[in-house]
Design a protein around this ligand. Structure first.
Ligand code: 2E4
Ligand code: SF4
Length: 316
């Protein structure tokens, strides 16, 4: 039986960013240095496949510090933690390694600097997301007000409208965030902010690549987990760019093949926490069903690498 032809446009960059790469390395190197089990507070990155692979090697995932014993090292996930978390680890005399992405830590430092200058902070982010909780938790309660939409800006009741700064989650939609920043600047002309926003290079690049692919395809798949903010944003970006059928899939078995019947061009990308094996798996699944022409749509090249913390570097 002949397979129907299909052009598969692979957005690039896709998949692992430097922060994810570093976080996974930290867990692996900690297991090498201290042996198993190594405790990890929260999924190291939001991907079941990554988490399961590390669990196989001896990592134990917990949601809160008090679920880990005090006599084993604990690692904080790439999303960052509130100040209270390392403080509690120290109080309990625990060995801990912080796998917070350096680009998230940069936002933490920014928040502290503004606070020292007497500014109240507005954080643009998603309520309940671990990065938002961690970043807001850098400052005392009430010092960071959260907004998720331009409408939220109208509801803000800051202490002093003339003494404000804003910070953002690193994985937001670049375009949606620009709208919220505009609303903030319109209501609080004196608000201080980062040069653009705190959205990281990897988030920006993956969204740009999706925008380049979306007009070429009738369907676009994003490999990523339902709790992965950056991956979910890629689905929204694809839809906003005119691709109505944009779906998040965790792996090949999630693909709704009936929805793709008769489609001649499909886009594919992967969130920053999705491993390459899953991209390969999805491409293979397409090859099993279609006569695939694979085309790379590359809008940027990345060569950023972050060092692991010294305590692990010295070990190797
Ligand atoms: C830390 C910061 O934040 P998100 O839900 O996108 O996290 P995920 O683990 O999916 O991606 C890696 C990551 C970690 C991104 N930004
Ligand atoms: Fe760091 Fe950006 Fe990757 Fe998040 S998506 S881990 S902020 S590089």
């Amino acid at each position: 039986m002949t397979k129907p032809p299909l052009t598969l446009y692979l957005a690039a960059p896709n998949g692992f960013c430097a922060g994810v790469d570093r976080a996974i390395k930290i867990v692996e190197m900690a297991i090498e240095k201290w042996g198993a089990p190594i405790y990890v507070r929260h999924e190291i990155v939001h991907n079941k496949f990554v988490v399961d692979a590390l669990r196989e090697k001896g990592a134990v995932f917990v949601e809160e510090l008090d679920e880990a014993p005090t006599d084993r090292p604990v690692i904080f996930s790439a999303h960052g933690v509130a100040k209270a978390v390392p403080a509690e680890a120290e109080r309990r005399n625990m060995v801990y390694v912080d796998a917070t992405c350096p680009l998230v830590s940069k936002v933490h430092i920014e928040a502290e600097r503004h606070h020292e200058n007497g500014l109240q902070m507005i954080m643009i982010g998603h309520e309940g997301h671990p990065e938002t909780i961690g970043t807001m938790g850098q400052l005392p309660d009430g010092e960071v007000l959260l907004v998720e939409t331009p409408e939220d800006v109208a509801q803000l009741r800051p202490r002093d409208p003339a003494r404000l700064a804003y910070i953002t989650q690193t994985t937001l939609s670049v375009d949606d965030t620009a709208g919220i920043v505009a609303a903030l600047k319109a209501r609080f002309p004196a608000i201080v902010g980062p040069h653009k926003e705190d959205i990281c290079y990897a988030t920006t690049n993956r969204q740009e690549a999706v925008k380049a692919v979306a007009p070429k395809v009738q369907a676009l798949l994003v490999i990523g987990a339902p709790n992965s903010s950056n991956s979910r944003r890629l689905v929204e970006v694809a839809r906003a760019a005119g691709c109505d059928y944009a779906m998040l899939v965790q792996r090949a078995t999630d693909i709704d093949w009936r929805a793709l019947e008769g489609v001649g061009a499909v886009g594919l990308t992967a969130g920053a926490s999705a491993p390459q094996v899953l991209v390969d798996e999805v491409i293979d699944a397409f090859r099993n069903r279609f006569d695939v022409a694979l085309e790379l749509v590359e809008t940027a090249q990345e060569n950023i690498e972050f060092k692991v913390p010294r305590v692990l570097r010295d070990a190797s």
